[in-house]
Each structure stands twice: as structure tokens, then as C-alpha cells.
Design a binder for this molecule. Structure first.
Ligand code: NAD
Ligand code: UD1
Length: 343
């Protein structure tokens, strides 16, 4: 991190605008950016977060980060924010992310995620802000045909949420091509879990969790009754689904490297995962052992659209950004529970 700090100080404007900065991944990335001395401006409409995150970030960083409570769909308010703040770069987390909801209400997703991204890029162009880091997802690979998945794998969304990520990636790519000063880094996250070591921030969705880890936490703390394991008849080591779980702080640190290693005129795409596949049962068992808590579960039928196994080829990001995930599954489980037990 010291090397990073000195590299960072070679750059003049160190202000980064974070859309969706009070969300799960955004808040952890703010801590990582703060650690190396960046100034952070947050834009968030608090649709899936609360002002309390700001207070907790203040405790962790011993510093206040300015919040603009703005919906990125509101062009004029967002433009005014950019004119006032003149950020050097943007990390774009703001988006809706619930797959099932996107199937029921696709237009909500197309409008929020795609129109929101178009507004952002349009405004960045107007104020000469030329570098964007975008939160994409392994969901863009659909049901993958080969494992591990590398960045050249065909893109094939199987739900509207996934389609919004593919469209946004393409729109960003086209935006970069217009002007040699522009650059983008598309980060395709696999399965981020865990929490910052302060346990003041973590995954705490405003409604019932859809993803596995927050659901395990909600069972362990008594909010939910039991985990439904979606199928134990997959062709995997124990029959349950395999995913690439990655500690959210490892993920957050990759964003810092993406900003530091920005290359004008280039669009880059990286998978962010550990490269290791973990089954649903392995995750539940590790969580139980590490935290000495019982997690009740039952096996139900497969969830529509789920692939048997999904894990990343992470060679490209290692070679080009010198980044790899190094926190363990045990650390992910411990921190998720330390954050979630009192929710
Ligand atoms: P999150 O819901 O915790 O955070 C998103 C934040 O964006 C929230 O604070 C929300 O209030 C804000 N937001 C949403 N729409 C907005 C709008 N129109 N204007 C302003 N603010 C808005 O989600 P997260 O888990 O932190 O995910 C961040 C990004 O990463 C999302 O784009 C998501 O699709 C992507 N992603 C997440 C995961 C995951 O497992 N968490 C995996 C792959 C990709
Ligand atoms: C899901 C989304 C994906 C999104 C990602 C991160 C689907 C089909 N995919 O991926 O688009 O980018 O979240 O937000 O929803 N599981 C259970 N019981 C549960 C929950 C999950 O057994 O209650 C299993 C799943 O079948 C899967 C694994 O746990 O094998 C992980 O599921 P989840 O956390 O929802 O992530 P993904 O399915 O990888």
C-alpha cells in the first residue's frame, strides 16, 4: 500500500466520485480509497442504503465524505454535482441488482441501470471527466460453457439484470472510443461476501436477502428460519452449486488499482474472483465451524437460471493490475458473521 500511496501522490486531482457509495461494495471501496489518500465524493439516492453508512464510514476513516443524495436519473442535479466537484474519475456502483425483481419489472432495471449510466457518461463528457470504473458481474456470462471463465467467454445474459450489465459495458466501450482522453475499466465481480474488519459496514440489504451469504447470516441470527439449498443434484463434488466467493475488501482494493493504473484511450475488462470454486454446503459448513453457530438448512429444488458451477479465470487481472485476492474463505465467513450477528 505504501508504493500505491506514493504513486497516487504523483497525480494532481485525487477526487473520485462514487455512485452508489453507501451500498455494500461502494462503502468498502471508499475505505480502500481513503487508505491510500484519495478524496471521495458520494452520490447515492439511498434506495438500498442508509445515512448511517456515512456515520460508520466517518468512524472508520476518521473523516467525513461529502454525500450528494441524488438519483442518477436526475440529469440536472447530477450535472450540478459534477460541475461543483470536478472529480478526476468515477466509480459507478449505483444500480439495482436483484435478479428476480428484474424479471418481474424489467423496465425498472433498464431505466435505472442503463439510463443512469447514459446520464453519467453524458455528464462526464460535458465536464471533461474521462475515466470510469464500472461494476459489472459474472452474470454477463450466463450459463457458462467452460470453466474457469475467462474474459473472452461469450456474453449471454439470461435475465434483464444481466442484460443491463452487458448493455452498459457496450455503451461505456463506445463512449471511450469517441475521445482518446477517455478510459474505462469494467470489473466483473464473481460472488463478493464478508465485511470490513471494523464490522461497521457489510452486506445489509434493505429487504429479504436473495444472495446466499446474507441469507446464511439471517438464519444464524434468527431473522430467517432456514436456508433453502437450491438443488443437491448438480454434477459437482457434493451436488450443490459451486461459486467463486471473494472477500469484499479484496474486491474493493482492486478498484484502487484500476484507478491507479488507468491508461488513457483504453477499455479494459477484468474478472474479479479468487479462481476457486466453493459449494453451497462447503460455505455453510465453514460458516458454522468458524463462527461456532448452527445454520439450519433444507434442500429444495433448483433455482431457475442457476448454473452448476461458476468460477473465474483470474490470470488477466493478475498480469495487468498485479492484483489477486488473498483473504481466505474462513476470513470471509468470520467477518460476515461479526458484522451480521447484531443486525
Ligand atoms: P447495493 O445495492 O448495496 O449498492 C448500490 C447502491 O446504489 C445503493 O446504495 C443504492 O441506494 C444506490 N443506487 C441504486 N440506484 C441508484 C440511483 N438511481 N441513483 C443513485 N443511487 C442509486 O449493491 P452492491 O452489492 O454494493 O453492488 C454494487 C454494484 O455492483 C451494482 O451495480 C451491482 O449490480 C454490482 N454487482 C454486485 C454484486 C454483488 O454480489 N453484490 C455482484 C456483481 C455485481
Ligand atoms: C446471483 C445472481 C447474479 C448476481 C449475483 C450477485 C441469479 C441466478 N444470479 O448469482 O446475477 O450477479 O447473485 O448479486 O440469481 N443459493 C442457495 N440458497 C439461497 C441462495 C443461493 O442454495 O438461498 C445457492 C445458489 O443456487 C448458488 C449459490 O448459492 O449456487 C450462490 O447464489 P447467490 O448468492 O444468489 O449468487 P449467484 O447465483 O452466483
Amino acid at each position: 500500500m505504501e508504493v500505491i500511496y506514493f504513486m497516487m501522490h504523483a497525480k494532481s486531482n485525487n477526487k473520485i466520485l462514487i455512485t452508489g457509495g453507501y451500498g455494500y461494495i461502494g462503502s468498502h471501496t471508499i475505505v480502500a480509497l481513503h487508505t491510500v489518500g484519495y478524496e471521495v465524493i458520494v452520490v447515492d439516492n439511498l434506495s438500498n442504503s442508509t445515512k448511517k453508512i456515512g456515520k460508520n464510514l466517518e468512524i472508520i476513516c476518521k473523516k467525513t465524505h461529502k454525500l450528494y443524495e441524488i438519483n442518477i436519473l436526475n440529469f440536472d442535479e447530477l450535472l450540478n454535482c459534477f460541475i461543483k466537484e470536478k472529480p478526476a474519475a468515477v466509480i459507478h456502483f449505483a444500480g439495482l441488482k436483484a435478479v428476480e425483481e428484474s424479471v418481474k419489472n424489467p423496465l425498472l432495471y433498464y431505466q435505472n441501470n442503463i439510463q443512469g449510466t447514459i446520464n453519467l457518461l453524458d455528464i462526464m463528457g460535458k465536464v471533461d471527466c474521462n475515466n470510469i470504473i464500472f461494476s459489472s458481474s459474472a452474470t454477463v456470462y450466463g450459463n457458462p460453457s467452460e470453466m474457469p471463465i475467462n474474459e473472452k467467454h461469450i456474453l449471454n445474459a439470461i435475465n434483464p439484470y444481466g442484460s443491463t450489465k452487458i448493455f452498459c459495458e457496450k455503451i461505456i466501450d463506445d463512449w471511450v472510443k469517441v475521445n482518446k482522453k477517455r478510459s474505462s475499466t469494467i470489473l466483473r465481480y464473481f460472488n463478493p461476501i464478508g465485511a470490513h474488519e471494523s464490522y461497521l459496514i457489510g452486506d445489509n440489504p434493505n429487504s429479504v436477502p436473495n444472495n446466499l451469504m446474507p441469507y446464511i447470516v439471517s438464519v444464524a441470527n434468527g431473522t430467517s428460519e432456514k436456508v433453502s439449498i437450491f438443488g443437491d443434484d448438480y454434477p459437482t463434488k457434493d451436488g450443490t452449486g459451486i461459486r467463486d466467493y471473494i472477500h469484499v475488501m479484496d474486491l474493493a482494493e482492486a478498484h484502487v488499482l484500476a484507478i491507479l493504473n488507468d491508461q488513457r484511450g483504453r477499455s479494459r475488462v477484468y474478472n474479479l474472483g479468487t479462481g476457486k470454486g466453493i459449494s453451497v454446503l462447503e460455505l455453510i459448513k465453514t460458516f458454522e465451524i468458524e463462527n461456532k453457530v448452527k445454520v439450519k438448512y433444507t434442500v429444495s429444488s433448483r433455482r431457475e437460471g442457476d448454473a452448476a458451477e461458476v468460477y473465474a479465470d483470474v490470470k488477466l487481472v493478475k498480469n495487468q493490475l498485479n492484483w489477486s485476492a488473498n483473504r481466505t474463505l474462513k476470513e470471509m465467513c468470520k467477518s460476515a458473521w461479526s458484522f451480521g450477528k447484531n443486525l
